[in-house]
Design a protein around this ligand. Sequence first.
Ligand code: HEM
Length: 87
Amino acid sequence: MSNVFSGGIKKYSGKSMALAHERVFRMGAGVKEFDIVAGLLVQTLEELSVPSDIVHDITVVVLPLRQVFSDGYDMAHAKLDEMPSST
Ligand code: HEM
């Protein structure tokens, strides 16, 4: 967690979020799935009684990633949409 949210002991230096989720986008996940996962994350933090200012700080980092899921899904499926319809 601390790696992902970048304020921890070790800064996350892996793949970009877009690259890490390439397969996920191709399988059909997008903003709908992101909202479910992000919602569960916040719910879990609250259930664990994480102070609300910290939950807020995490939300500020996570929410911009929604756009990555939106763009990633669109890009992964653009080629299919461009194909001429058979009807
Ligand atoms: C809250 C937003 C999310 C964060 C911060 C996050 C973070 C990450 C990270 C750090 C990785 C590992 C990247 C690496 O290999 O270095 C990863 C991989 C993965 N994530 Fe997420 N993720 C998020 C949302 C989601 C959602 C919405 C899904 C699907 C519904 C998902 C499914 C996966 C899968 C399947 C992998 C492994 C991909 C592969 O091995 O090809 N993640 N995620």
